[in-house]
Design a protein around this ligand. Structure first.
Ligand SMILES: Cc1cc2nc3c(=O)[nH]c(=O)nc-3n(C[C@H](O)[C@H](O)[C@H](O)COP(=O)(O)OP(=O)(O)OC[C@H]3O[C@@H](n4cnc5c(N)ncnc54)[C@H](O)[C@@H]3O)c2cc1C
Length: 469
């Protein structure tokens, strides 16, 4: 049995930088990948989808060119093979760059195949046993295929198989109205597909405040995307031209006839075929590995990082897991997962940037909430760009004066949110940001203004009612 100082399972967002740090610290390291180097973000998640979002935006801007006084001669055509080729090139460069750097690294052995625990200190890979006193699990997650009647009788796509699509589906039916579903919905609508989102809940992206969900629904409906909300008992059958989805909605016809179905109803951790039962590692009922604040499992010498520990679900949370583990192990740090502030974006156009609590969460936590809100129709930069959909909203704790959270749904919202996030990390009172001078004309320049117009939020689950528009 080959003995290492550390074994890393998975080459997602935490594994490779951790293997690099450990190898540079002089440890003999093994890293194992069963499929594509770089994992979800690089191959089937962030990078390819944001590349496709960029192509879709180019199409949308070209269609609006006249509004800006720009004449495009001829009709706007989508060359999906070229769209896919651009995506493959960008994602492929990232994958091969990572593979090369791992394979050329000193002190690091790369194994390709399925890793499985044989014991808490031993991993079986391609019939070989390797061992280490430290094992880091970074196995990620995959799309859930829900147990819906008839789904086994119709072809369906997931975020992974969508990466092979090099044509414009005539009618894409997307099951799931959250982050992944919404990004694919808008991009394929912009590529020319008819798109229907089927969502079993009463609103899109239900973890957000109602005003955010409502504004996102307006944005996508304005582009001609059909929404079927409250779709309980979703079922499928094969129709003459393609799959038919049955939806028991309160409004609209009972069937949606599409040509292609995309499942976007969540992710499940890749922990079911890892041999966890041979280690005593605790996992919850959905398979997420239980970790403490330092990302240690209940078995000494084994850590779990990234999507498989259920503490994040984003590339930046997985990378932050790496930073926490590396600092604590190698630099004598005492970093904790609970010190980080929730933040993420939804990359529709315009994007949603989010930080901290929603208003509903803050109220549920018993906070006295002040909020400032401004529609993008009153943001100079948005008007100049002709992109006035959405709004910005900042929440403040009336007692501590600290910022509790924010949502910036609008042009540049994915970038502007960071000025709020960084003030939250500094734990400074909101008045610091209220008095800051920002660059004109930007979206961020209105954040101090919004903070100067705070009003109490009513003690209700909805943040919408009490806020001025
Ligand atoms: C469509 C889509 C869009 C997304 N967009 C964004 C975004 O814009 N921004 C963002 O922050 N996040 C986004 N995400 C989420 C993000 O991609 C993930 O949170 C991130 O990739 C998680 O990384 P990870 O390190 O946990 O694991 P992963 O990147 O999933 O990597 C895990 C790796 O482990 C390998 N593996 C699994 N089991 C084994 C085994 N037993 N043996 C060997 N190897 C194994 C897998 O093959 C994989 O390569 C998106 C996700 C999807 C699906």
């Amino acid at each position: 049995m080959t003995q290492y100082d550390a074994i890393v399972i998975g080459t997602g967002q935490a594994g490779p930088p951790l293997a690099t740090r450990l190898a540079k610290a002089g440890m003999k390291v093994a890293i194992i990948e069963r499929k594509l180097f770089g994992g979800t973000c690089v191959n089937t998640g962030c990078i390819p989808t944001k590349t496709l979002v960029a192509s879709a935006r180019a199409a949308a801007v070209a269609r609006r060119a006249r509004e800006y006084g720009v004449v495009v001669d001829g009709s706007i055509q989508i060359d999906m093979k070229a769209v896919k080729a651009r995506k493959d090139k960008i994602s492929g460069a990232s994958r091969t760059g990572l593979e090369k750097s791992l394979k050329s690294m000193q002190n690091c052995a790369v194994y390709e195949g399925q890793a499985q625990f044989e014991s808490p200190r031993e991993i079986k890979i391609n019939g070989e046993l390797i061992g280490a006193p430290r094992i880091f699990i970074n196995v990620g997650a995959r799309a859930i295929v829900p147990d819906m009647p008839g789904l086994d009788r119709v072809p369906y796509l997931t975020n992974s198989s969508m990466m092979d699509v090099d044509f414009v589906p005539e009618h894409l039916v997307i099951v799931g109205g959250s982050y992944v579903g919404l990004e694919f919905a808008q991009m394929y609508r912009r590529f020319g597909s008819e798109v229907t989102i089927i969502e079993k809940g009463p609103r899109l992206i239900a973890r957000e405040d109602e005003d955010v969900s409502g504004a996102i629904a307006e944005i996508v409906e304005r582009e001609g995307i059909h929404l079927r909300l409250n779709a309980e008992c979703i079922r499928f059958e094969q129709g003459g031209n393609g799959p038919v989805a049955g939806v028991n909605c309160t409004v609209g016809p009972p069937d949606v006839r599409g040509t292609h179905v995309l499942l976007a109803v969540g992710r499940r951790p890749n922990t079911d075929d890892l041999g966890l039962e041979k280690t005593g590692i605790a996992a919850d009922e959905r398979g997420y590995i239980a970790v403490n604040d330092r990302l240690e499992t209940n078995v000494p010498g084994i850590w779990a990082l990234g999507d498989c520990n259920g503490r994040g679900g984003f590339t930046h949370t997985s990378y932050n897991d790496f930073e926490i583990v590396a600092d604590n192990l190698l630099d004598g740090g005492s970093r904790r997962v609970s010190d980080r502030i929730t933040t993420y974006a939804l990359f529709i156009d315009p994007p949603l940037g989010r930080a901290g609590l929603t208003a509903a969460e803050a109220i549920r936590a018993g906070k006295r909430v002040l909020a400032g809100k401004r529609p993008m129709t009153r943001v100079g930069r948005a008007i100049e760009k002709g992109e006035t959909q959405g709004f910005m909203k900042v929440l403040v704790d009336a007692d501590t004066k600290q910022i509790l959270g924010a949502a910036i749904l609008g042009t540049g919202g994915d970038e502007a949110i960071h000025c709020i996030l960084d003030v939250m990390y500094s734990k400074a009172p909101y008045t610091l940001l209220k008095q800051a001078m920002h660059i004109h004309p930007t979206v961020s320049e209105l954040i101090p203004t919004v903070l100067g117009e705070l009003e109490p939020v009513a003690d209700s689950e909805s943040s919408q009612a009490a806020l001025p528009e």
